[in-house]
Design a protein around this ligand. Structure first.
Ligand SMILES: Cc1ncc(C[n+]2csc(CCOP(=O)(O)OP(=O)(O)O)c2C)c(N)n1
Ligand SMILES: [Mg+2]
Length: 1004
């Protein structure tokens, strides 16, 4: 015990109405410094209890100054009092701790009473600090500090035997004090002896639960939490509840034991050391179901995942066990995934509440925490489609590892979505399996924050740290967390402070790196043994009943094991987390393989165009600049033309008419980064008066959601991917501010979007809008790195495909492109080739006339646009065919015209690059059989499309002809920062493109 440390202190705080005092006496026991925190509010304001004393640890010269001066002033000058306390609190109490306030009985003679007329000081709300969690007994091993700090804040420390040293004696402990109304420790009592106060507070705040909530800026919420932890008997459980808890613990523990026995050398990332996770989740689910929740979407990492699938989601055990069979064959197309990544969807009756409940655990990649925003997006979408605007029916639970929770930035990004109107899921319950280790790394070198959970403080989520070896304490915090979520619809964190009994996986040797910790772990009795002993000694169960429960579950496992041997084939689709039952056939196949035309009646186009160029609300004060834009649109509509922004309007609007929900999310998407979109109009006179014309198209249209996101890519793209998972009947688009910013969301692209179907047989129609264009804007803001996406496409460059009538749609099914009308969903990446802002100045795109060949009824997306002009009339005379894509076409067409080469050079545009339109390219190549073939791009040679298209062109011509490259030279940066260099590069490759002799005599 620290020498000379104080016995007790009162911390002073102010909130709106009250001055509050927290008494923090400390008591020692053999193993811990423990702290007790008590809030005595109103203490100084009532004439009956204005008994404050300053105590000091050492004789400090300022002692009398503070005692006499400030106290004295307090009675006469409330403002100085305020200042004084603020000063004390911040400085002396926290850092020097020489000065202590203590409480004396009302009869103490030395202090004057506070005059009844004393005005109450008021100030911005601050709340009582309760720091008991710093010394609560959270580590089941008893060797680590959950807050990484064995230093117990000295302002909190005292020992009972030091009472005299601080001016108190043992007799003070038995003096009775009136309790303030803000505390619940009294139960029915309004006064208690100090000894009892200390005991009760110790029970609430310094036992196996550490509650962090002092940072919450709501008196109501803080009081609510106190009300859950302070009343005597708050943690009381009935015998029936205890038996249920024991039975759940049996399942959790014996499941891992069973796997360990049967497959001792298989990786499973066992839960041993935190078996309480299973009853914890079940308690959260039961309590949430009781509060009205009927759909829960969960995300979690590897640790204990199989156990959660088995005992929470209730995946059939034989289906889990057969995954361990090395001879099990895969029935589905695709490459599949390891068993501890698979997801699951299950509808069942909750036994505790008798209500129907749907549970889904999202499949996820190894990349820790990447699934967090995906879960949130899916939960949001379910809430949206069900009209659950308050999150009373659908909720999400996220489970985290301690190291990943602290280390991964996407956790922070996800928290920052939690309160945003278009992204909130109205409260997520986070559960941290805090085994105090990450692989081989100790927490003290893995994080800089005291707890792994501190990230949650940014959203004022209460954090409940709990010793995972005390299952009843865990159940209590889980119940409180669920009630918190259903009461306040805000995030909450449960930190299960536990340990990891074995290595990171079952093959790892933890003694290499954590020898002492693991010596202790070997001595550690498992929680099931401890808890069953406790219940047996309490007489809640008999030893025989307990053993029967264990035997019963072991038998279930054995039987499932036997039947798992009959499973010869694994169906990944049985592990689907987001089934779309009516969308596919019963076998999970598309109902047809057809791609209907996407053209529209002119009347529809006109209608949408008019809405896009008007304000449907009366008396709306528009900005003159926006008025101009809308007038420009209206001119185009009159001329039956559309530019990029109108084209987008037409596409979205027509889908809305057909009942397809459209959601566009990303940074500044409402106006549009390039100020071209203006989907949300702002009244210039009335604060927060908006108008979204797209939602005024038709009375029975589907809703349009357009939302500016937080400044995140990883989190927001993950969220939208999850949103797109909930329903196939939606177009969900994420737009990057500039295409290159998608690189901070690369994990979502690489781990979910590209391989999602191959790993998890999961369709998804997410659309990425990535502004791209080499316009001299510098190394960033130029390239959306199309080469990266093309590299993910799996069409074989070397195999010329067979052509059937449905070749086009089959290609789309096999590779990655999407049209919302397709009978399946594929992620798609669209590069907006050229930014509409620059269109205004150097518009490479003339507005498109919406006459039939392009957008009218019966028309469809053109994968390839053949040459337009003289070259196609006399193809045999053509000397060079330049294939290209995007904006560079317009530069080439202009140059060709200037050079008068329109008869000799054909320009062909690939609108769909992947899957490669082998059929159309072949017929163009055959048409211009005398011409040499060129691929022209404005990107550098090692970027853009060249590496993707080259081998495919060679396959088309059976390697009989070269496909020459024209474009920028290879480079390390995507674009130059120098405008002159940019223009020189452009000039140089334009010259090459039309120098018809340049490749003569060259070998390929
Ligand atoms: C983003 C990411 N980085 C690194 C890894 C490799 N990795 C797998 S588990 C692990 C440790 C995780 O520790 P923790 O989050 O505490 O979970 P625990 O295994 O202890 O349950 C690491 C580093 C990963 N899977 N994902
Ligand atoms: Mg860990």
């Amino acid at each position: 015990m620290l020498k000379g440390t104080p016995k007790g202190i009162f911390l002073c705080h102010q909130n709106d109405l009250l001055l509050t005092f927290t008494l923090i006496p400390l008591v020692s026991n053999s193993a811990y410094h423990t702290v007790v925190a008590l809030l005595f509010s109103n203490l100084s304001l009532s004439p009956n209890n204005s008994y404050l004393y300053l105590y000091h640890q050492h004789h400090h010269p300022h002692y009398h100054y503070y005692q006499q001066h400030h106290y004295y002033h307090y009675y006469h000058h409330p403002h100085q009092y305020h200042h004084f306390y603020h000063h004390q609190h911040r400085y002396h109490l926290y850092y020097h701790h020489q000065y202590l306030f203590s409480l004396l009985p009302p009869s103490h003679p030395t202090l004057p009473s506070l005059p009844p007329s004393q005005p109450q000081p008021s100030s911005p709300a601050t709340l009582t600090t309760i720091r008991g969690h710093h010394v609560a007994q959270l580590d089941p091993l008893g060797i680590l500090e959950a807050d990484l700090d064995c230093f117990v804040p000295s302002d909190l420390i005292t020992t009972i035997d030091k009472l005299g040293f601080y001016g108190l004696d043992e007799s003070d402990l038995d003096k009775t004090f009136r309790l303030p109304f803000t505390t619940f420790i009294g139960g029915g009592d309004t006064t208690l002896p100090l000894r009892e106060i200390i005991r009760r507070l110790e029970t609430s705040y310094c036992g196996h639960v550490g509650v962090e909530f002092m940072f919450i800026n709501s008196v109501e919420q803080c009081q609510w939490i106190r009300g859950k932890f302070e009343p005597p008997g708050a943690m009381h459980f009935t015998s029936a509840e205890k038996r249920t808890l024991l039975a759940r613990l049996v399942r959790s523990t014996r499941f891992e034991d069973f796997l360990a026995r049967k497959w001792s050398s298989e990786k499973r990332f066992g839960l041993e050391g935190c078996e309480v996770l299973i009853p914890a989740l079940k308690m959260i689910i039961d309590s949430s179901s009781a509060a009205g929740i009927d759909s829960i979407i969960m995300g979690m990492p590897h640790r204990g995942r199989l156990n959660v699938l088995a005992n929470v989601i209730r995946k059939e055990l034989n289906q889990i066990f057969c995954q361990f069979d090395p001879k099990l064959e895969a029935a589905d197309e695709g490459s599949g995934d390891v068993k501890y990544h698979l997801g699951m969807y299950h509808e069942r009756i909750n036994r505790e509440t008798d209500k129907t409940l749907t549970l889904s655990l999202m499949a996820n990649p190894s990349h820790l925490e990447a699934v967090d925003p995906v879960v949130q997006g899916k939960a949001k979408a379910e809430q949206f489609y069900r009209g659950d605007s308050q999150g009373k029916k659908v909720m999400s639970i996220l489970i985290h590892g301690d190291a990943a929770f602290a280390g991964q930035g996407v956790v922070y990004e996800t928290f920052h979505l939690s309160e945003l109107p278009s992204y909130t899921t109205h409260g997520t319950i986070h559960v941290v399996v805090n085994n105090q280790i990450g692989f081989t790394t100790d927490p003290r070198v893995a994080r800089s924050s005291p707890y792994p959970t501190d990230v949650a403080r940014v959203v004022n989520a209460p954090i409940f740290h709990v010793n995972a070896d005390d299952p009843e304490a865990v159940m209590h915090v889980c119940r409180v967390a669920a009630e918190w979520r259903s009461t306040f619809n805000k995030d909450v964190v449960i930190d299960l402070v536990s340990y990891r009994r074995f290595g990171h996986n079952e093959m790892d040797e933890p003694m290499f790196t954590q020898p002492l910790m693991y010596k202790q772990i070997r001595r550690q009795e498992d929680v099931l043994k401890k808890y069953s002993d406790k219940l047996i000694s309490e007489g809640v169960v008999t030893l025989q009943e307990f053993e029967e429960e264990v035997a019963k579950y072991d038998k279930i496992c054995e039987e499932a094991y036997t039947s798992s041997k009959d499973e010869k084939i694994s169906h990944i689709r049985h592990w689907l987390d987001s089934p779309w039952p009516d969308f596919f056939t019963a076998e999970g196949e598309p109902k047809s393989m057809s791609c209907p035309p996407t053209g529209l009646e002119e009347g529809v186009l006109q209608h949408i165009g008019l809405t896009a160029s008007s304000v449907p609300l009366e008396g709306f004060n528009l900005h003159p600049g926006v008025s101009r834009i809308l007038r420009g649109r209206s001119e185009l509509v009159k001329a039956r033309q559309m530019d990029w922004a109108l084209g987008e309007y037409m596409a979205f609007g027509s889908l809305l008419q057909e009942g397809v929900h459209v959601r566009l999310s990303g940074q500044d998407v409402e106006r549009g980064t390039f100020s071209h979109r203006h989907h949300v109009l702002h009244d210039q006179e009335v604060d927060r008066r908006f108008c979204v014309p797209m939602n005024h198209l038709w009375s029975d249209q589907a809703p349009y959601t357009v939302c500016n996101s937080s400044l995140s890519e990883y989190g927001v793209l993950g969220f939208e991917l999850g949103f797109a998972m909930a329903s196939p009947n939606a177009l969900v688009l994420w737009e990057a501010q500039f295409g290159d910013f998608h690189n901070t969301a690369q994990c979502i692209i690489d781990q979910f979007i590209s391989p999602g179907q191959a790993k998890w047989v999961r369709n998804n129609g997410i659309v990425l809008l990535l502004p791209h264009g080499m316009e001299g804007m510098g190394p960033e803001h130029s390239s959306a790195r199309p080469e990266r996406f093309l590299q993910m496409s799996k069409d074989d460059p070397d195999r010329f495909p067979e052509f059937r009538g449905d070749f086009e749609v089959h290609q789309l099914f096999d590779c990655n492109w999407v049209v919302v009308l397709l009978p399946f969903r594929k992620p798609v990446r669209i590069h907006l080739i050229s930014k509409p802002l620059s269109n205004a100045r150097i518009n490479p795109y003339p507005p498109v006339h919406y006459s039939t060949p392009w957008v009218g009824p019966g028309t469809r997306f053109k994968r390839l646009i053949p040459n337009e002009g003289p070259a196609s009339e006399n193809p045999q005379q053509v000397k060079r065919v330049i294939f290209c894509t995007g904006k560079v076409y317009y530069e080439l067409a202009r140059e060709r015209k200037v050079l008068n080469l329109e008869g000799e050079v054909a320009l062909i545009r690939l609108e769909q690059i992947s899957p490669f339109p082998f059929d159309l390219v072949r017929s163009e190549v055959e048409r211009y059989s005398n011409a040499e073939l060129v691929w022209c791009q404005e990107e550098h040679k090692n970027m853009g499309y060249y590496d993707y298209v080259r081998p495919r062109f060679l396959t088309v011509v059976a390697n009989q002809k070269p496909i020459w490259y024209v474009g920028r030279d290879p480079a390390a940066a995507p674009a130059t920062g120098n405008k002159a260099t940019h223009l020189n590069e452009l000039r140089r490759f334009m010259d090459t493109a039309f120098n018809l002799g340049v490749f003569q005599g060259r070998k390929f």
